[in-house]
Design a binder for this molecule. Structure first.
Ligand code: F6P
Length: 547
């Protein structure tokens, strides 16, 4: 954090220290309009942050912190295509991919808008052809699509395809990511090669997991349909079009993107092709439009109404002032069952950093651990800890007012549960309330005394609620973009580079060194110089290995 920002943070810390007895319940008592005053609207999304333990002065202090970190200047740099990813010397322009206007978008002195449109038009024509059967495989129209990718080349499409299940009206989509052969074997086992289209998705086209799975898919396919059919059944999504060609993918089946699109920000690019095939180009465009609306909101809404800014500042408050280590994302929307996994890469790969943009050690904490599962399932698993454990876990609740597939009163029950949880977390249940309840139920006095501490809830546990009309492509685009900009703002305040990911490299490097030792013949493996545990594990592995 830069000095000015540190000073501004210090001010908020003082305000926090002066209100140690402040509670969420108390804040609601003080301000009958707290819900209205601590809510903001972004497009179709109502953001209720009233159940966080924050008062107006503290919030104003956080706005001052954003200014002290020069958020306006850094936001302008992001949108104007400056090379804000300094360690890779790249612009960060995923927002350009969802700008469907013909606005000029300059990156490195070039207007990239025509190129973006050209790729999207090719994706659209290809998707239409596959969906109407005019682009077909050896055995007729494609029935199944397999996206082979990992990280940003997988998590975005997987999450979005799952979220838009009710909008899927194209071929079935499958995803293979893990280098564990079980992943591809499970997917291939149900497929007919002659009606399957493989999409190899990799920004670099060098990632070990993806290239291994792509090779296996190719061999499986060739065994069944022959070498000559490969070009009709394989497509690629990459920035490395020379490499896709070398893999044997026809130019008209290769869809490019650019180094200014980070992997975890790439679902808006050609990486979204599997989604477009599944839901159709129109729905995909709506998805882009939702994100673009948030890009506009982020740039123009004033601080008190700026939802990504509020999300980021509340997160900073929890992380840097309250010292909370994790952040839960709890969608009460089954189709968002991969949303937390997606956000893990978006947030933790972006802001899991300990060095500032100036190359110094960060003072204080950066990104929290992000995790979550859909409600109501989480309620029957880990909510015990959220309600009564020793750690405080701020949480986001995502709730649709309407189900895509309404059945009976399922949706009302789902919503009641979501609202009940945030109320329980905020207000808790006092010992007195528990005592009265047990007395009313006729429980003996000595038993009541023993039970009260166990059955009381401390409350005062912060949550924010995102309420939206329905999980449509447009709303989904908005939700993702909100989190993207939240991550950006936090990165600005921490003065870190949210767009590189050097922390994934060491493991890759060592895996490369260890592979020959893992593959080696028992008794002949030379693990000299490796860490004692690693060489011990190698020996134990070879002893257990069969064949
Ligand atoms: O895990 C590191 C990473 O580089 C991610 O940032 C990226 O999304 C993923 O690997 C996949 O990379 P690629 O698309 O180049 O195969």
């Amino acid at each position: 954090m830069k000095q000015d920002a540190q000073d501004a943070l210090q001010q908020v810390k003082h305000l926090h220290a002066a209100t140690t007895d402040q509670t969420i319940a108390g804040l609601f008592e003080q301000d009958p309009n707290r819900f209205e005053n601590f809510s903001a609207r972004c497009g179709e999304i109502h953001f209720d942050y009233s159940k966080n333990n924050l008062n107006v002065d503290q919030l104003n202090g956080l706005f001052a912190l954003a200014d002290a970190a020069d958020l306006p200047g850094r936001r302008a740099a992001l949108f104007s295509g400056e090379h804000i990813n300094v360690t890779e010397d790249r612009a960060v322009q995923h927002t350009a991919l969802r700008d469907l206007t013909s606005t000029t978008i300059m990156v490195d002195g070039e207007n990239v808008q025509p190129e973006i449109t050209a790729v999207r038009e090719r994706m659209t024509a290809f998707s239409k052809g596959v969906r109407d059967g005019s682009i077909a495989g050896q055995g007729g129209p494609f029935t199944d699509i397999v996206n082979i990718g990992i990280g940003g080349s997988d998590l975005g499409p997987v999450m979005v395809a799952a979220a838009l299940t009710p909008y899927q009206n194209g071929p079935n989509v499958h995803f293979v990511s893990n280098v564990d052969g079980a992943d591809i074997a499970d997917v291939l086992s149900s497929l007919n090669a002659d009606t399957t289209l493989f999409i190899v998705a990799s920004k670099t086209f060098t990632t070990q997991e993806t290239m291994t799975n792509a090779q296996t898919a190719r061999e499986w396919f060739v065994e069944r349909c022959g070498e000559t059919a490969v070009e009709a059944h394989f497509a690629a999504l990459s920035t490395a079009l020379d490499k896709t060609k070398a893999f044997g993918i026809r130019d008209d089946r290769a869809f490019g993107f650019w180094d200014w699109v980070g992997g975890r920000y790439s679902v808006w690019s050609a990486i979204g092709l599997s989604v477009m095939l599944a839901v159709g180009p129109e729905a995909f465009v709506e998805f882009l439009g939702g994100a673009h609306a948030v890009d506009q909101h982020f740039q123009t809404a004033k601080a008190s109404e700026n939802v990504p800014l509020l999300m980021a500042l509340i997160g900073i408050y929890h992380r840097n002032i309250c010292g909370y280590d994790t952040h839960a994302v709890l969608p009460y929307d089954q189709h968002l069952h991969r949303f937390a996994a997606y956000l893990q890469q978006l947030d933790m790969e972006s802001n899991g950093k300990r060095i500032t943009l100036d190359g110094d050690d960060v003072v204080g904490q950066t990104g929290p651990v992000v995790w979550g599962e859909p409600g109501t399932n989480g309620q029957h698993a880990f909510y015990q800890l959220i309600h009564q454990g020793t750690s405080i876990i701020p949480a986001d609740f995502l709730v649709a007012a309407n189900a895509n597939d309404p059945i009976g009163d399922h949706h009302q029950k789902l919503v009641a549960n979501a609202f009940a949880q945030t109320e329980a977390l905020a207000l808790g249940k006092s010992r007195r309330q528990v005592e009265q309840q047990l007395k009313k139920a006729g429980i003996a006095t000595d038993k009541i005394e023993a039970l009260v501490p166990h059955k009381a809830f401390p409350g005062n546990r912060p949550t924010s609620t995102f309420l939206y009309p329905k999980l449509t492509p447009h709303v989904l685009g908005q939700l993702i973009a909100l989190y993207e900009h939240k991550v950006f703002v936090q990165g600005v305040i921490w003065n870190i580079n949210s767009y590189d990911q050097w922390g994934v490299e060491l493991g890759k490097e060592l895996a490369g060194e260890l592979l020959p030792m893992v593959k080696g013949v028992k008794g002949e493996v030379d693990a000299e110089g490796r860490n004692g545990s690693t060489s011990g594990l190698l020996a134990a592995f070879h002893a257990m290995r069969q064949g």
